[in-house]
Design a protein around this ligand. Structure first.
Ligand code: FE2
Length: 296
């Protein structure tokens, strides 16, 4: 296997990250999370993952097969981790890159999914796939809908299941499968991330170590007018959202998608208002969704 992934530092210009993504479909950003952020994030995750059961319920048997029984999952990460909600989700470089990639096809983008996968020894390699296939009903070709990434929360190497990506596959016909030599392994130190487009083939590698886990954070941003893979509004309690910065609230699906200025319409309003404005004014009761004076 070769390693043709472009590697940039976290202080790289967003333009360079976007150029690499556009060209290759994938790029590694080293030290996206600094040591302090990484340590605080992992400290929040430790007890949550310790309590997670690998043999758990899933949407259906196909999803259960895809994830296998060797992985501890933490979903709705913004509901559990303030470091994620305030520092990772709103990372300036990620937001700048997401704006450049997704901005041409939307008025605003949002979080699609936030999912920590702690893959244990024996975890099998994932099927190589394109994340955007969850929106298979959108005909191809189409503008970029999704920017995804996997953050290494501990060192990723070929043995513990570093993410495999196929550079260039974002431009392939849907049916083309990669040769072995076209698959790159995103080995990277903890805190680094591999960013990829929704159209880029990728998958978790097999964890063939006898005793090492591989903790990674998968998240993706998507254009603001698409249904999200993880239902953020139902996954993150309103009481938690209320205590977050406005930008995080918007990304968690509480921002209206307002394309009126571009000649379109609006989506996601509450009482014909932007929900983040309602949050700022009065706070939405978690149990009811709307302040009492707005329910009549
Ligand atoms: Fe994926």
């Amino acid at each position: 296997m070769k390693d043709p992934i472009c590697r940039l530092e976290a202080d790289a210009a967003a333009r360079d990250v976007v150029d690499a993504l556009t060209r290759d479909g994938a790029v590694v950003v080293r030290d996206l999370l600094g040591p302090d952020t990484l340590a605080r994030f992992n400290a929040e995750l430790d007890p949550l993952l310790a309590a997670a059961r690998p043999d758990r319920e899933f949407l259906n048997p196909a999803v259960a097969w895809f994830f296998g029984k060797r992985t501890r999952h933490l979903t709705a990460v913004a509901a559990h981790s303030r470091v994620f909600a305030t520092e990772v989700l709103c990372h300036p470089l990620l937001l700048e890159v997401a704006q450049a990639v997704l901005g041409p096809a939307c008025a605003s983008f949002q979080l699609n999914i936030a999912h920590v996968l702690d893959r244990g020894p024996g975890a099998e390699a994932q099927l190589l796939h394109r994340d955007e296939m969850v929106w298979m009903h959108v005909p191809r070709p189409h503008p970029e809908l999704q920017l995804a990434l996997m953050i290494a929360l501990e060192d990723f190497d070929a043995d513990n299941g570093a993410t495999r990506v196929v550079p260039g596959s974002h431009r392939w016909p849907g049916e083309r499968q990669p040769e072995d030599h076209e698959i790159a392994v995103a080995e990277m130190p903890a805190g680094s991330a591999v960013l990829y487009l929704g159209s880029t083939l990728h998958g978790g590698g097999a964890n063939v170590t006898p005793d090492r886990r591989r903790r990674g954070m998968h998240l993706s941003y998507v254009v603001g007018w698409l249904r999200t893979e993880e239902n953020q509004a139902l996954s993150v309690p309103a009481d938690v959202v209320r205590g977050l910065p406005r930008r995080a609230q918007q990304l968690l699906g509480w921002g209206a998608h307002d394309a009126l200025a571009a000649g379109g319409g609006y989506l996601g309003t509450v009482d014909l208002r932007d929900p983040v404005d309602l949050l700022a004014e009065a706070g939405l009761p978690a149990e009811a969704g709307l302040p009492a004076e707005r329910r009549s």
